[in-house]
Write a protein of this length. Structure first.
Lengths: 292, 469
């Protein structure tokens, strides 16, 4: 807040406090009261009594003013003045988060001491994991973790980087960066079409056998390095199995040739800076348990 | 200086003008103890309510406190029923019915709620009784307050405030027990291991009771209670009010017991002031109907006792109506009352129907919003949903999830779920449909959960199924 607006608030607030205090005390007493105790007005024959207010109302007004001044001294309110307690919303929020964290950390630490495989079936872990998954993972993998175009299904047995507990945890901690190169300029249109036929053939789909045979040569030259001679992939490299009918970027002829031509760069973000180790442990157990 | 056109200057001192305080100090009301017919009625209305209030938290049903408003868990247990936040409209409706009943009763019989059943009156009566026991009668109390401080005065005051605080504590403790299981609260309090907030509220309600019934009393009725302020709109000429019969009583005046009032030119009011001395709000009922009057009939009993002594008929101050005072008769059956009763019956009927037909199951469907749809390799369309299933019943049930609205659509994922009583379960599932079945980009899809063992226990929820444009 600029010092002008700070002063603006301070002056307005001060004037208001002084003003209401003056109004309160200036109206404390009156010189005389009409004998009939009415306000003296008459509206269509209706008269109004002017009865005094109970005295405890007056004291409550005074208490309110004193309370307000006390508040403005202790807490932020007077423009840029932070209040002598130094209280801030952010501070209170972090304190509450820390308190909640302390409360639940003990529980999570108990699970952290146990191996992922062992706690994967625990109903409490599943419940906590489900909530963390909904907050952090469901955006890409879907609430049911079955994935979608470009985001792998986590409930089946097909794992790109490996489905053992340690690997799942490593994936969560450090993230993954997939790199399928673009082969369009190297293979040319003909080469892409032929390789596509070969990949389809690997999955037992109807193909042009001459083209597939030519494609196999391309495959054994370029693709073999990552996907292996049998095209079963290599979890160490994150190269998917191309022969099991599970497609991350779609299994139609058009989609496969697009993947070959333009390449793919899938990214799984690292969560080590977002979630603490105990939370990642529980999340790993939840994901591990999805296909058990 | 004797110009005839000028008037001599005269020094005039301003008249002494007293200042008056615009805030009125509370005048302490010393009520006189009185017994009589209406005070006996009050015992029959006050005690059962009081005992009910004190005993209710101690009653258990099926191993659980029968009436417990469990705020942290957001569940209200009332006898066999459990109410969830989703049932809140029911509570609002119930309160509306209660308010409406109050209006109806007020129209019929004036402020009998205030006089006989209002906690403010009941607790004030208890506190006045304690005052009576510790400090003595009205005159003794006035003298005690005027007397200088002495050991005896101190002892009496200590006894009074001590007993008030004790009643306040029992009240406050019982109140908290409606929100905190009493069987944990009492041991926790006895062993000083009570949690900070529970202790705070026990102390808060102890002090609130002490201040309200000990110090504020009629001030609450006069300045705080909204009902006291708007009750006049519910009054009509036939409403029962506590009233002094002016025609019979005036002119008032003291006389010997055997004197003939008509010979003295007096009415039947002997101006003994007993009716003002017993009044808990400190008014003179002989001034006519006043908003301070809580209809407690203490003045009726007081006046009747005097009338008995004087050998006059009872009822100089009595429950009557404006019509009757003017010489007419009270019309009990009048359009207003009939209207109130009809509407009240209707509301109670609708409420009861809703209570009986209440289905303790809730289903909410949340679509995944990040991916509107998923296209499978075979060309089918899938949408992802999170279902929130709440079994508000107290027993365990197995629920089956079904969908309708799209032909041949199928659920991918588990369809049967077993939920404990009171359990909330989040269920993830996806629905698959063939594009040929979907003629619009967004189609209505209905989810239904039904208990396999109890077909009436079912809930549905509507959502949408999206496909590529």
């Amino acid at each position: 807040m600029s010092s002008f607006w700070s002063m603006w608030i301070i002056i307005l607030t001060s004037i208001t406090i002084v003003g209401i205090t003056w109004i309160l005390f200036a109206n404390r007493k009156r010189e005389q009261q009409p004998a009939d105790k009415t306000t003296g007005h008459e509206y269509d024959g209706i008269q109004e009594y002017d009865n005094p207010l109970p005295a405890w109302w007056f004291y409550m007004f005074v208490i309110t003013i004193v309370w307000g001044i006390g508040y403005l001294v202790l807490y932020p309110g007077m423009g840029n003045f932070p209040g002598i307690l130094g209280w801030t919303q952010l501070d209170q929020h972090s304190r509450e988060v820390a308190a909640a964290d302390d409360k639940f950390r003990a529980m999570r630490d108990r699970y952290l001491a146990l191996p992922v495989e062992e706690i994967a079936g625990d109903p409490v872990v599943r419940k906590m994991g489900m909530r963390m998954f909904a907050n952090n993972c469901a955006q890409c993998h879907g609430a049911d973790a079955k994935g979608s175009y470009g985001f792998p299904n986590l409930t089946d047995d097909d794992w790109i980087y490996g489905g053992d507990a340690a690997t799942i945890k490593a994936t969560l901690v450090n993230g993954r960066q997939a790199a399928m190169p673009a082969w369009g300029s190297i293979l040319g249109d003909q080469g892409i079409a032929e390789t596509t036929q070969y990949v389809l053939a690997l999955n037992g789909r109807d193909t042009d056998s001459t083209m597939a045979a030519a494609g196999e040569k391309h495959f054994q030259t370029y693709c073999v390095a990552c996907h292996g001679a049998d095209a079963k992939g290599n979890p160490a490299l994150g190269s998917p199995n191309l022969a099991n009918g599970i497609w991350l970027y779609g299994g139609t002829e058009e989609q496969i040739s697009h993947t070959l031509r333009a390449g793919r760069n899938g990214v799984m973000p690292a969560f080590k800076d977002t979630l603490s180790e105990d939370k990642i442990h529980i999340l790993a157990a939840y994901v591990y348990g999805l296909n058990q | 200086m004797s110009d005839p056109d000028l008037i001599d200057l005269q020094e005039v001192a301003p008249a002494e003008v007293g200042e008056i305080d615009l805030y009125q100090h509370r005048e302490r009301i010393y009520t006189r103890k009185i017994e009589g017919f209406f005070q006996r009625i009050r015992l029959f209305t006050g005690w059962p309510l009081l005992l009910g209030y004190l005993v209710l938290p101690w009653i258990s049903l099926d191993g659980r406190q029968a009436v417990l408003f469990d705020l942290p868990a957001r569940k209200f247990h009332i006898l066999g029923l459990t109410f969830w936040p989703q049932d809140f409209p029911m509570l609002a409706f119930l309160l509306i019915i209660a308010a409406y009943s109050l209006f109806a009763v007020t129209t019929f019989a004036g402020r009998i709620w205030c006089g006989y059943t209002c906690p403010q009156t009941v607790w004030t009566s208890i506190f006045m009784w304690l005052e009576q026991k510790t400090e003595g009668s009205r005159n003794q109390r006035i003298r005690l307050d005027q007397a200088p401080w002495s050991l005896e005065k101190f002892a009496k005051k200590l006894a009074k405030h001590g007993s008030w605080l004790f009643v306040g504590f029992v009240t406050g403790f019982t109140f908290v027990a409606y929100f905190y299981p009493v069987k944990e609260l009492l041991p926790a309090l006895a062993t000083f291991s009570i949690s900070g907030w529970a202790l705070f509220w026990v102390v808060f309600f102890t002090i609130a009771t002490y201040i309200n019934a000990g110090w504020m009393r009629e001030q609450v009725c006069m300045y705080m209670c909204p009902y006291a302020r708007f009750q006049s709109v519910m009054f009509d000429q036939d409403t029962l009010i506590v009233s002094y019969d002016k025609k019979r009583g005036e002119p008032r005046g003291s006389r010997k017991r055997d004197a003939n009032p008509s010979a003295l030119g007096l009415g039947e009011c002997i101006d003994c002031e007993l009716c003002t001395q017993v009044c808990p709000t400190g008014i003179d009922i002989r001034d006519g109907l006043q908003y301070e009057c809580i209809g407690c009939a203490l003045c009726v009993d007081a006046c009747d006792s005097v009338m008995d002594k004087m050998g006059y008929p009872r009822g100089l101050i009595r429950y009557t109506s404006e019509h009757e005072l003017q010489g007419g008769t009270t019309h009990w059956l009048r359009p207003r009352i009939i209207g109130y009763v009809v509407v009240l019956c209707l509301m109670i009927g609708v409420f009861s129907y809703n209570m009986v037909s209440r289905i303790p199951l809730e289903l909410t469907v949340i679509r995944d919003r990040n991916q509107l749809y998923v296209t499978t390799d075979s060309g089918a369309i899938e949408n992802i949903y999170t279902l929130q299933l709440v079994n508000m019943d107290t027993t365990m049930h197995e629920f089956e999830i079904e969908i309708s609205g799209i032909d041949d659509a199928m659920i991918i994922g588990e369809r049967m779920y077993t939920l404990d009583g009171g359990e909330v379960r989040a269920i993830n599932l996806r629905v698959r449909a063939e594009p040929e079945q979907l003629d619009k980009p967004s189609t209505e899809l209905n989810f239904r959960a039904s208990a396999t063992d109890m077909p009436s226990l079912q809930a549905s929820s509507e959502s949408r199924f999206m496909k590529p444009l």
